[in-house]
Design a protein around this ligand. Structure first.
Ligand code: MN
Length: 201
């Protein structure tokens, strides 16, 4: 009963030219794998946690014994955040439509304004972290988290995220986080985002 990497629904090179194959290979095979390994290692001392999902564990970090709580927050967060990130990525340049588009328009005064707010959150996150679109008490919200912190730990439901750790973009974009975030809009699986949204409102 250990946490393993999900199988990707697309090839490493499927998100080219926006996210390059080499970055995907290392990001998934090395970075994500290391979070999974360290998450499993931390939980070995308290194996009853293997009966829960990673999401369930992050939703209630206070239930995690103090001696492994930071390791779980960081590596469990890294494990779960990347699982989610791979799911909301897709080749095919989708656009939001249906219920999620209506919700984006209603909550942010238009899709373009949502893009602006989300991009600002991604660029203003100092150092490593993530930008998110979440459901918070039925409303949509844009926020960022440092390190591998998950909005799940604050009772929020992730709908979309972008990894702004340098390991997510440095090979192709070097220090140009803005170019990477700009490219991200071409590889979003909006069908999946709408599916998650519909299940949770
Ligand atoms: Mn990452």
């Amino acid at each position: 009963m250990v946490f393993t990497l999900p199988k990707l629904a697309y090839a490493f090179d499927a998100l080219e030219p926006w996210i390059d194959s080499k970055t995907m290979e290392i990001h998934y095979g090395k970075h994500h794998q290391t979070y999974a390994d360290k998450f499993n290692l931390a939980l070995e001392k308290y194996p009853s946690f293997f009966k829960k999902s990673g999401e369930e564990i992050l939703k209630n970090l206070n239930a995690v014994p103090e001696d492994i709580r930071i390791a779980v927050r960081n590596n469990g967060g890294g494990y779960v955040n990347h699982c989610f990130f791979w799911e909301i990525l897709s080749p095919g340049q989708q656009k939001p439509s249906g219920k999620i588009l209506v919700a984006l328009n209603k909550n942010f005064g238009g899709y373009e304004n949502f893009v602006k707010l989300f991009t600002e959150a991604a660029l203003n996150q100092f150092g490593s972290g993530w930008a998110w679109l979440v459901i918070d008490n039925g409303k949509l919200e844009v926020l960022s988290t440092p390190n591998q912190d998950s909005p799940l730990s604050n009772g929020k439901i992730p709908l979309l995220c972008v990894d702004v750790w340098e390991h997510a973009y440095y090979l192709k974009y070097q220090n140009r986080r803005a170019d990477y975030v700009n490219a991200f809009w071409n590889v979003i699986n909006w069908k999946k985002v709408e599916e998650i949204y519909s299940k949770n409102v």
